[in-house]
Design a protein around this ligand. Structure first.
Ligand SMILES: C[S@@+](CC[C@H](N)C(=O)[O-])C[C@H]1O[C@@H](n2cnc3c(N)ncnc32)[C@H](O)[C@@H]1O
Length: 261
């Protein structure tokens, strides 16, 4: 019997099952020298999710998937650890790291309980990894534990508003509210008959702020991402027209307070 929580086991099953569908986009993003973020592939120049120079930094990607974010950090000079719950996703990440000659340390495990000592990292990031697939009440304190004083956590995922406008069957976002905003928490897609599954998490904005305050993080920035002007298609479950009017994606930039001097 595994002692992993039920949602971690379900997400492992789900991500191992769909990993093949993410190989091509992983290969594309490993070829991408300049980072682009989220479903609209917005530019790093506009949103600045990574420190420009990461020389000498210890960085971790929580839910690294195919590892392209890790590759961008390594190319900026960081020593990078990527942890992911799916062995199949990590197979792609390791193959691409070998092909591109980028050194990454990849761990098969749960980003809610990372097998690394306290204060091991200067920078932690998640793009649709722990950011949406892990329980925030567990992975946010875990990220705090892993960071050194003064370290930064950046994560990107679905906005709470996007979930309120996501139909119960997970189909394309609508322009009216279909879920209770204050009840946003755990969404179990495996309960839908024809869905491939997975358990996702989010919180109302006040819930995120409360959690950060309780854990000890300082909020440095909160971004609501819009598609670039030249984008007009539908991606995954949201149209560009929707996301131009309402925030489909959010980015949090948090800081573990530095030690007093
Ligand atoms: C959409 S991918 C995001 C990663 C990366 N940006 C990418 O697109 O390849 C989501 C990843 O989160 C991972 N994941 C889900 N639950 C996790 C957990 N508890 N611990 C670590 N990784 C997890 C999945 O295995 C999957 O590889």
């Amino acid at each position: 019997m595994s002692d992993l929580p039920a949602h971690v086991l379900e997400n492992r099953r789900y991500w191992d099952q769909v990993a093949d569908q993410w190989v091509a986009s992983g290969e594309r993003d490993w070829r991408q020298e300049t980072p682009v973020w989220g479903i609209w592939r917005v530019s790093e120049a506009r949103y600045s999710l990574l420190p420009e120079d990461m020389s000498g930094l210890d960085a971790i990607e929580l839910g690294c998937g195919t590892g392209y974010v890790s590759s961008w950090m390594a190319r900026r000079g960081a020593q990078v650890v990527g942890i992911d719950n799916s062995a199949r996703q990590l197979e792609t990440a390791q193959r691409l790291a070998d092909e591109h000659g980028v050194a990454l340390t990849l761990i098969h495990g749960n980003a809610e309980a990372v097998p690394r000592p306290d204060a091991s990292f200067d920078f932690a990031i998640s793009e649709y990894g722990a950011a949406i697939w892990c329980d925030p009440r567990v992975w946010i304190p875990e990220a705090y534990r892993l960071l050194r004083p003064g370290g930064q956590l950046v994560f990107l995922g679905n906005s709470p508003l996007s979930l309120v406008c996501t139909p119960m069957d997970g189909s394309t976002l609508v322009e009216h509210l279909v879920r209770d905003y204050f009840a946003i928490d755990r969404i179990d897609w495996s309960e839908l008959g024809d869905d491939e599954g997975g358990v996702e998490f989010n919180l109302p904005l006040s819930g995120w702020f409360k959690l950060f305050r309780e854990v000890g993080f300082l909020v440095e920035d909160y971004l609501e991402i819009q598609p670039p002007p030249n984008v007009s298609d539908e991606r995954f479950y949201v149209t560009a027209a929707w996301a131009r009017r309402y925030p489909a994606e959010q980015v949090w930039k948090l800081r573990k307070p530095p030690l007093p001097s």
